[in-house]
Design a protein around this ligand. Structure first.
Ligand SMILES: Nc1ncnc2c1ncn2[C@@H]1O[C@H](COP(=O)(O)OP(=O)(O)OP(=O)(O)O)[C@@H](O)[C@H]1O
Length: 334
């Protein structure tokens, strides 16, 4: 069953333009001129209940505009949106009881108050029963390991501590969907990992649907099973992460460790790294047979260890963006 259904969604902003200089400023007051920015152009997609979906694209692609329309903050210019069977613009208040949002760079916690005060305020806004709210806060304190932070004003928390409190606050009212916009931005690797584990736990234990935007390939790879890529306001790809990796780069990395140092002088072997006895070889499986490459490699010396890995997600995403820039053609699957 679809939790989110978006059909032919468009959003055009009217932006005031101004000629340079003082005369331009005066002219724009009396005879203003406008230009149109098509931020979202006819996009359609669906999200299943309990799914973790990556909604990604380069800067200015239209991600935030789409999220704002799905959460009822912005009105679409045309098209339809259904979130949990509701129209976000017409039923914004009703919907807010069932969704949560985390904008990595903006806080929903009161900056000068300790998180506990914000949690209690939010609990009241969501009209939660006092006993239920208390129980929920206790549970979140434990799971998110924020018990020691509850009495410290938010402004004094580190970014990682604040984000943990932000996510906990966003799920206080047990929403069915959370929209996470760059939840790991600016965090160090350890904290990033912790946040990812919490998101997965939340999805698993509460079956929360997660709509994630992130520029971090690790977030996408570790959390999501499907990605929708948008660029210039259009969906350019809607694909399972596994298939994305398989179809869009066809590249495998062979990491091979020899017993002794070897000299590989073969033009068909694409060595991308070589250090001591270890060699890293890239294979484009659409052009080369990986078995043949391995057979060739093992002829060069006694092998101590060999592993095959897929191309990093980061590379795949930048490859897709590059293809679009260069006028490559995309297939859009649904
Ligand atoms: N309120 C607005 N008025 C005019 N133009 C806007 C407004 N909001 C967004 N835009 C424009 O719409 C386009 C899409 O912007 P949007 O913020 O949705 O992109 P994004 O994919 O979220 O980018 P980022 O990754 O940088 O956050 C951009 O060209 C942006 O300048």
């Amino acid at each position: 069953m679809s939790t989110i259904k978006v059909s032919n969604l468009c959003k055009t902003f009217k932006v005031k333009t101004k000629e340079p200089g003082l005369s331009g400023s005066v002219k724009s007051i009396f005879t203003p001129s406008y230009r149109e920015v098509e931020a979202v152009k006819d996009i359609s997609f669906e999200v299943e209940k309990g799914e973790i979906l990556a909604f990604i694209g380069p800067n200015g692609a239209g991600k935030s505009t789409t999220i704002k329309m799905m959460t009822g903050i912005l009105y679409p210019t045309s098209g339809e949106i259904e979130v949990l069977g509701m129209n976000p613009c017409k039923q914004r208040k009703e919907l807010s009881y069932k969704i949560g949002t985390v904008f990595g760079q903006k806080s929903q916690l009161w900056f000068h108050l300790p998180p506990l005060d914000s949690f209690n305020l939010l609990g009241n806004i969501y009209e939660m029963d006092t006993a239920k709210l208390k129980k929920r806060i206790e549970m979140l304190k434990e799971v998110f390991e924020i018990g020691d932070l509850m009495d410290i004003p938010v402004r004094k928390l580190s970014l990682g501590q604040r984000i943990r409190c932000e996510i906990a606050a966003s799920i206080l009212h047990e929403p069915e969907i959370i929209f996470l916009d760059e939840p790991t931005i600016g965090l160090d690797v350890v904290v990033k990992q912790k946040i990812r584990e919490l998101i997965l736990k939340l999805n698993k234990e509460e079956n929360t649907t997660i709509f994630l935007t992130s520029h971090d390939a690790g977030d996408i790879e570790q959390l999501c099973k499907r990605a929708i890529i948008i660029n210039h306001g259009e969906v350019v790809l809607n694909e399972k992460i596994k298939k994305l990796k398989y179809d869009y780069l066809n590249k495998k990395l062979i990491h091979i460790k020899y017993k002794d140092r070897v000299e590989i002088d073969n033009s068909s072997i694409n060595i991308i790294k070589s250090k001591g006895n270890a060699v890293q070889v890239e294979v484009d499986t659409s052009k080369q047979d990986i078995e043949e490459v391995i057979t060739t490699l093992i002829k060069y010396g006694k092998v101590k260890d060999i592993t095959i890995s897929e191309a990093p997600m980061e590379e795949i995403i930048s490859h897709i963006y590059r293809q679009k820039k260069e006028g490559g053609i995309y297939a859009t699957h649904s």
